[in-house]
Ligand binder design. Structure first.
Ligand code: 5GP
Ligand code: ZN
Length: 114
């Protein structure tokens, strides 16, 4: 499913440019426009799922694959040995700004808990 008003649906569909790091049938990964670390990539399902509460709308294989792709992206960008964080901001207290589920892959510096 695609939401025509969603910026990440537009990126996944190639309607808005982003620096792609990985593309496959159901998932894309691209650099965050406002990187918070030397490596900051967003991994998203192509299908529009707003948050973790709607994860049931994703096939289990895609949900699992989001984590695998996060690891693959970390390896591709060379932060798998030094370490990295995979983070989902879900809802207002977490500061979620884009309501299309995305995993932040952050690395290249020491990362603490917020
Ligand atoms: P969150 O919703 O988890 O708080 O974060 C949304 C993230 O999406 C932010 O880190 C923000 O910089 C990033 N972002 C928002 N709009 C765009 C965009 O148009 N392109 C890219 N590459 N990243 C974006
Ligand atoms: Zn979307």
């Amino acid at each position: 499913m695609v939401d025509p008003d969603c910026i990440f649906c537009k990126i996944a569909g190639g309607e808005i440019d982003a620096e792609m790091v990985h593309e496959e049938e159901d998932i894309v990964a691209f650099k965050d426009i406002n990187g918070q670390a030397p490596t900051h990539v967003l991994v998203i399902p192509r299908s529009h799922v707003p948050n973790l509460e709607a994860m049931a709308d994703l096939p289990d294989s895609v949900a699992k694959r989001l984590l695998e792709v996060s690891s693959e992206v970390a390896g591709k960008l060379g932060v798998d040995q030094s370490g990295y964080a995979v983070r989902i901001n879900n809802g207002p207290d977490a500061g979620q700004e884009v309501f299309h589920l995305h995993l932040h892959v952050l690395g290249g510096r020491k990362l603490g808990m917020p």
